[in-house]
Design a protein around this ligand. Structure first.
Ligand SMILES: Nc1nc2c(c(=O)[nH]1)N[C@H]1C(S)=C(S)[C@@H](COP(=O)(O)O)O[C@H]1N2
Ligand SMILES: [Mo]
Length: 204
């Protein structure tokens, strides 16, 4: 797929190292309401049903950790961060997609969304992170759950995730509709939608 291979611990083209951990997002930080929160898996599921986990259920799912790099399209990167949470493969195992699912839309609070190819979503390092460096995420960094997909720019990983929609055709998410690349592979420097080649994204 990409022109470059992913190389852990190195900077993708055009990126620079960042000290500290800046907060980057559009809109306000949502307030976590534990009694109203649920994580929903819906759309083209294998059995046509939805799966909903409340916060206690979601917190009880198998916990995995990955060490991964983080690349923001505004050109800062952080390397070697330890994330903990629920592997995307765990979600897919417990709430399987239909056989013809090709993409997912990951939904967050306030309708923020990002679309991913199923193979990017199921990268063996993709994780619904609840923790960073062993500590629960803070509110501004996405508590209780954010998605981490190490090879893609970080906008492909929504903070404050509330659900996954299985899709049998691609559709653009929030930033993908607003000028950012439909795939967003950091190693291929897929920053903006004008760089898309035919077949890399649906019409805008
Ligand atoms: N819900 C939501 N998630 C989001 C964003 C956003 O605007 N809304 N911005 C993305 C972008 S562009 C980046 S770089 C990272 C930043 O994560 P951080 O604030 O924890 O560093 O969150 C991503 N997730
Ligand atoms: Mo970003």
């Amino acid at each position: 797929m990409g022109r470059y291979e992913r190389r852990e611990g190195e900077l993708p083209p055009g990126q620079r190292l960042q000290r500290g951990w800046p907060v980057t997002h559009y809109g306000p930080v949502p307030r976590f309401k534990p009694d109203r929160w649920e994580f929903r898996v819906f759309g083209a599921t294998a059995d046509g049903d939805k799966t909903c986990w409340n916060h206690a259920d979601f917190s009880a799912l198998p916990y995995d950790t990955v060490v991964a790099d983080f690349h923001c399209v505004t050109k800062f990167s952080m390397l070697g961060i330890e994330w903990g949470g629920v592997a995307t493969s765990t979600v897919v195992k417990l709430a399987p997609p239909a056989a013809d699912v090709t993409h997912v839309m990951v939904w967050a609070e306030y309708g923020f969304s990002s679309n991913l190819r199923i193979e990017d979503f199921l990268d063996d390092q993709s994780l619904f992170a609840t923790h960073k460096g062993g500590q629960p995420l803070t509110a501004e960094h996405g508590f209780p759950v954010r998605l981490i997909v190490p090879g893609l720019y970080a906008w492909k990983g929504p903070k404050w995730v509330r659900g996954v929609e299985y899709m049998t055709a691609d559709r653009r998410g929030f930033w993908e509709e607003r000028g950012y690349h439909n795939i967003g592979d950091a190693w291929s420097e897929q920053r903006y939608s004008y760089q898309e080649e035919p077949g890399e994204g649906p019409e805008i």
